[in-house]
Design a protein around this ligand. Structure first.
Ligand code: 5GP
Ligand code: MN
Length: 320
């Protein structure tokens, strides 16, 4: 599908990502927003997204992201990017509901296709990679390219994770040729950590526990600790990836407390375990090697429930 075609006759567009937006969600929103503004100036395009981390303010267009509120507007077109399910649209769902046409561009294997038109490629590294393919490369400005590159870089762990394909690299190369500040973007949005972020990372690593005979690792951050270190959930980005790097570990589990007896769970696997299957069982979703879910219960109950499923997969694999 080519985006240019879908924009014919459209006067207003709403672009939205998922709640607690990550680099791919932010990059996809801003990249598509620039693409429309640069090439279809007659179209009014708005971005509705939960406030992303300040570090993404290096992307031009960041300041034009708004938080969905009281203003109700029936857009001709609503584009959901990187959002695996309707409920993860957050407040932007109000615009989805009354839009003339809805498109979802995504790469989550758990996405069942909730929009009118669904472009879901579970083999793609990132939504930004899928978006690039839908755009005319000639029409991608350096601003759009910078945002799209950011999304690809974040979802591939800077071209490291197994979702990185030759196509991913070709797309990244095409974007690089637009003359974008790659190193600066990676430094500012991916590698740089605040002092507090490093402190909470250090605490999570120090207190992590090995489970499943060393094939699993788990750590948790509680609300009172968030308060003590003066951090918010966006500051916890990257902890689960660091846990996964532990030698011998196949699955990393990271939890943070969101409410009384409620935790947001992040799951990562290295080579064999399908963590999307585990997260989906409990009502979440994501990808085969990276998934998430919100669960209710005590820390120990949640970890026990998760490990039961992970152990089951590990046993089955052993038998094969
Ligand atoms: P993270 O662990 O970084 O929050 O998320 C890992 C992946 O799983 C991301 O692609 C994210 O979109 C997805 N994900 C995280 N939490 C949920 C959830 O509660 N529901 C669904 N469907 N996907 C999730
Ligand atoms: Mn993504």
């Amino acid at each position: 599908m080519q985006f240019d075609k879908e924009l014919q006759g459209i006067r207003t567009v709403a672009i939205a990502g998922h709640i607690r937006p990550d680099g791919d969600s932010v990059g996809a929103c801003i990249g598509l927003w620039h693409y429309i503004r640069d090439n279809f100036p007659q179209i009014q395009a708005d971005m509705w997204l939960e406030k992303p981390d300040e570090k993404f303010s290096v992307l031009s267009g960041y300041e034009r992201i708004s938080q969905a509120g009281a203003k109700k507007e029936a857009y001709d077109l609503f584009v959901a990017v990187d959002c695996a399910s309707y409920d993860r649209l957050g407040d932007a769902a109000a615009y989805f509901d009354c839009a003339g046409k809805t498109i979802c561009v995504d790469h989550h294997i758990s996405n069942e296709g909730y929009a009118g038109i669904n472009v879901i490629d579970a083999d793609a590294s990132s939504t930004c990679e899928v978006l690039c393919r839908m755009m005319d490369p000639e029409k991608i400005s350096s601003e759009a390219a910078t945002a799209l590159y950011t999304g690809i870089a974040h979802d591939t762990g800077v071209f490291q994770y197994s979702c990185t394909s030759p196509d991913t690299m070709r797309m990244a190369a095409m974007l690089m040729e637009k003359g974008i500040p790659c190193s600066h973007i990676l430094e500012e949005t991916f590698y740089k950590k605040t002092y507090r972020q490093n402190q909470i990372l250090g605490k999570a690593l120090l207190e992590s526990m090995r489970i499943l005979d060393g094939r699993g690792i788990v750590s948790v951050v509680r609300r009172k600790e968030l308060a003590f270190f003066g951090v918010t959930p966006v500051d916890l980005d990257g902890i689960v990836s660091q846990l996964k790097m532990t030698e011998g570990v196949e699955v990393a589990i990271f939890l943070y407390e969101t409410d009384n007896l409620e935790y947001k769970v992040s799951l990562r696997s290295k080579d064999t375990v399908d963590v999307n299957e585990v997260a989906s069982y409990f009502g979440g979703g994501g990808h085969v090697r990276a998934a998430g879910v919100t669960m209710k219960g005590t820390f120990h109950d949640i970890v026990n429930n998760l490990t039961l499923h992970i152990e089951h997969q590990l046993m089955e694999q052993k038998e094969q």
